[in-house]
Design a binder for this molecule. Structure first.
Ligand code: NIG
Ligand code: FE
Length: 417
């Protein structure tokens, strides 16, 4: 398969997360093609090189911009019901409260099939905006059988949808009503984690390390048990307050520390020293009217690799679109467009330990890509909220084509042949 007539192909490079000034380094090929064999990129080059070699099946990008498929490394996309009343009340000034328990009640009433059905709609929305790999957390079951139900639903989504789905166990998301925290922690450690691991239902364990939820000591206890059982680690750190969750992520060798709105300079340095990826979720700060994570300090002062994700969930962020998140990162956190693209692709892949396989368009990587109806990549944050995704490919297969009747037609650049 050849993807031809790419107006501009834009990609970071490498097989690991990049930090500091390297985040701005994108490869830009004008008038490009991508050759795909058995789902993987085998070559990227200029159309001129293809002369007389157009025997393969082709996909015409119609002079659009091609980026690697987005990797969304942080979502809570499987849940039941919605919370628009709470959302609107918060818009009127109410504080963020116990919404997780509201959703947990609905999840307990829902069947696995119902959860899958609702989540498919959201994951499809993500896919058509270019997300080709998505991490999904449990965390609204809050007892063993319901957490397992959520994780089975997440596994089914990966089997039944085109994108790759990465499952994370987040039993320590809140303490369920009517249960003492100590008892719940014991259930997580002695029942949930062993069951999750035995059934192969999660790759990561995450914890909501936050005042009023799980302290640093409690988070450490859960994460150590998870690590001992063979899970990799993530942490919700410093979302509303600084509880030194970043330091804990570094101490335990977590893959990523996420949110980080209130991270300290020491926390940032620890993350950098320990090789932990900082996953920033500006859609949550935007939705909650909270201050944004200090992304410029992370990149300029510490050289920390920054990734971007949506945090899509029914309470604090309904944004499912990675292009929208890139726009927010550029406008609100002052990332350059190049940094934001690296953060949403290669560094986001690293936040899922997949930078060797995903996150850039280079030989050997899976041919996940997005074709945009844009003149150049700088228009991506500029056209915030427009529907400019022309097509999405996963492993070299077109899985979405935009039915928009007014997408620009090929400007008529000469085709080699
Ligand atoms: O990442 N912080 C904890 N979890 C979610 C919110 C979950 C909810 O309100 O349902 C978050 O913001
Ligand atoms: Fe989250």
């Amino acid at each position: 398969m050849l993807v031809v007539n790419i107006g501009q192909l834009v990609t970071p490079q490498g097989d690991r997360a990049v930090g500091g000034p390297a985040m701005r380094r994108l490869t830009v090929v004008e008038d490009a093609y991508v050759k795909v064999t058995r789902g993987r990129v085998v070559a990227v080059g200029e159309m001129g090189e293809l002369r007389g070699r157009l025997r393969d099946q082709t996909y015409d990008a119609k002079r659009g911009v091609v980026l690697p498929g987005f990797v969304d490394p942080h979502t809570h996309a499987v849940f039941a019901g919605t919370r628009e009343e709470e959302f609107l009340a918060r818009c009127q000034g109410e504080p963020y409260g116990q919404g997780i328990l509201t959703t947990a009640k609905r999840v307990r009433e829902a069947s696995e099939g119902e959860l899958v059905k609702q989540a498919k709609r959201y994951l499809w929305e993500m896919l058509r905006q270019g997300t080709t790999t998505v991490e999904v957390k449990s965390g609204y079951g809050l007892d063993t059988s319901n957490e397992l139900k959520l994780l089975r639903a997440i596994r089914r989504l990966g089997r039944e949808l085109p994108q790759e789905v990465v499952p994370t166990f987040l039993g320590a998301h809140a303490v369920p009503e009517g249960v003492k925290k100590g008892e719940y922690l014991a259930e997580i450690i002695t029942h949930m984690i062993p069951q999750v691991v035995k059934r192969g239902l999660a790759e990561y364990c995450d914890v909501f390390c936050e005042r009023g939820f799980f302290s640093r000591a409690e988070s450490r206890e859960v994460l150590r048990a998870a690590r001992g059982a063979g899970l990799k680690l993530k942490i919700h750190a410093e979302e509303f307050h600084n509880t030194r969750g970043a330091e804990l992520a570094a101490e335990l060798g977590a893959t990523s520390a996420d949110h980080l709105l209130h991270v300290s300079p020491t926390g940032m340095r620890r993350l950098k020293e320990a090789g932990v990826v900082a996953v920033l979720l500006p859609g949550t700060a935007f939705t909650l009217n909270e201050p944004y994570a200090p992304a410029r300090a992370m990149i300029d002062d510490v050289g920390l690799p920054v990734a971007l994700g949506t945090d899509f969930n029914p309470g604090t962020c309904l944004i499912a679109s990675m292009p929208f998140i890139i726009g927010l990162a550029v406008m609100k956190m002052r990332l350059t467009v190049e940094e934001a693209i690296t953060a949403a692709t290669l560094n986001a892949a690293a936040a899922l330990d997949r930078a060797h396989a995903l996150g850039s368009l280079e030989p050997g990587k899976r041919a996940d890509l997005v074709v945009f109806d844009l003149d150049n990549y700088k228009q991506l944050p500029y056209f915030l909220g427009h529907d400019r995704v022309r097509a999405v490919m996963v492993a070299g297969r077109v899985v979405y084509e935009n039915p928009h009747p007014h997408l620009r037609e090929d400007a008529g650049a000469p085709r080699p042949g």
